[in-house]
Design a protein around this ligand. Structure first.
Ligand code: ACO
Length: 374
């Protein structure tokens, strides 16, 4: 039987740090509130586009796997912050890394986009459609963040990581997954101002407002991730004791706490990045996975559980069996260009652009008729 092993990994984190103290210079918030309610201390702000981060992460993952870009058959780009609608972002990565024979697709399930992309690549490898794939989780959220809304502005950050997935006869890679979507809660997280529903409504693209029902998302996310984790463990015939490491989506420290304790897994087995990076949406799980490998927390043969949720509300949990190799075969010298501004300055620039955009939007943000209202 063919499996789909994860053989390479690489992250690309922008270097500019936005601290809780920085946020409190322009919104009514403070370090104590953010830390106690979310577990976050800082997040990164990118000075380059999402696909530029993705190119660096992909090159690092390829070097790690010892794979030539020309041998890549598939690139799956998981994100909800694409550079453009047309052409897709995966094709941009393909062109930049020289993966000339690859098929390339974008997948958007918000924060679960990386894991849904991993499912797609795994299924295509296991069914013999492709042999070698790159799966990317990337977000450049800062340009469309509603920076003056303290309910959301403190929660998110930018980042990227990628993995290489390859056909193998060994029982490695995704052993099973549970995917789902709690669509009756889709209105709990909506970014207004991006998408065709807003065209011809005098809305300047990118001048966004976020609908966000944090408490409802919290509740649904915990239920959804616990159910998905239990379902995938049952499907694969494993118990919480068999899990060596949990690499969860990191939207809030309290959500992670609730999910692992209800799943019967101790916190010592959980890889955490939420304090340093906040919620990077699709980038969160692969960045945490790459860092777990860098820190030696993934042992050869380890069983890794990856539960996540995202807008939609999409939910999932993946169970991955790691292979023998937990160190890179080689390192890439790919890197981002140097940053010339502080994270706070970049955020202030975005705020200024949005203020100007709002003034041009004669009617402000409109009330389109959403599908669930028809
Ligand atoms: N600083 C200070 N005060 C704040 C801030 C802030 N940044 N944000 C909200 N508050 C205030 C509120 O206005 C409210 O004040 P009030 O009582 O005077 O009205 C008070 O803090 C309490 O707000 P709650 O909503 O009750 O706070 P809660 O404990 O629920 O925490 C949070 C809010 C952190 C958003 C939590 O609900 C949460 O984590 N929700 C889920 C996270 C999430 O949805 N992340 C994104 C998911 S999307 C994804 O990952 C795909």
């Amino acid at each position: 039987m063919t499996y789909a092993a994860i053989t390479g990994w690489g992250k690309c984190m922008p270097s500019a740090v936005l601290s809780n103290a920085d946020l409190s210079t322009f919104i009514d918030t403070n370090d104590e509130w953010i830390t106690s309610r979310t577990g976050m201390k800082e997040r990164r702000i990118s000075h380059v586009s999402a696909s530029e981060m993705a190119v660096v992460a992909a090159k690092r993952a390829l070097a790690c796997a010892g794979l030539d870009a020309k041998d890549v058959d598939l690139i799956v780009y998981g994100s909800c912050s694409n550079d453009e609608q047309v052409p897709n972002s995966a094709s941009g990565v393909q062109a930049a890394i020289g993966a000339t024979k690859a098929a390339s697709m974008d997948v958007n399930t918000a924060c679960t986009s990386f894991l849904y992309s991993l499912s797609i690549a795994t299924a295509m490898i296991r069914t013999g459609v492709v042999k070698n794939a790159i799966v990317i989780g990337v977000e450049w959220i800062s340009p469309f963040m509603d920076w003056d809304n303290r309910n959301v502005a403190v929660l998110f950050g930018d980042g990227c990581a990628a993995v290489v997935v390859q056909a193998t006869e060994k029982q490695e890679g995704v052993l099973g997954e549970q995917l789902g979507c709690i669509a009756d809660a889709r209105q709990t997280l909506r970014v207004r101002g991006m998408g065709t529903l807003y065209t011809n409504r005098n809305v300047t693209s990118g001048v966004t407002e976020w609908d966000f029902d944090g408490q409802e998302i919290f509740k649904r996310a915990v239920q959804g991730m616990v159910q998905a984790s239990q379902a995938v463990m049952q499907k694969c015939g494993v118990t919480p004791d068999d899990i060596d490491l949990v690499v969860p989506h990191q939207a809030n420290m309290r959500i992670i706490d609730a999910v692992v304790s209800r799943s019967g897994i101790p916190m010592e087995k959980v890889m955490l990045t939420v304090e340093r990076y906040g919620n990077m949406s699709a980038a969160t799980v692969p960045v945490a996975l790459a860092e777990a490998l860098e820190e030696g927390r993934v042992k050869p043969g380890a069983l890794v559980l990856m539960p996540a949720f995202g807008a939609g509300l999409t939910v999932c949990a993946h169970l991955v069996r790691w292979g023998d190799r937990v160190t890179p075969l080689a390192e890439s010298d790919a890197a981002l260009p140097p940053v010339t501004k502080s994270a706070l300055q970049m955020v202030q620039d975005i705020r200024a652009t949005k203020t100007a955009g709002r003034e041009q939007s004669t009617k402000g943000l409109h009330e389109p008729v959403f599908i669930e209202q028809r």
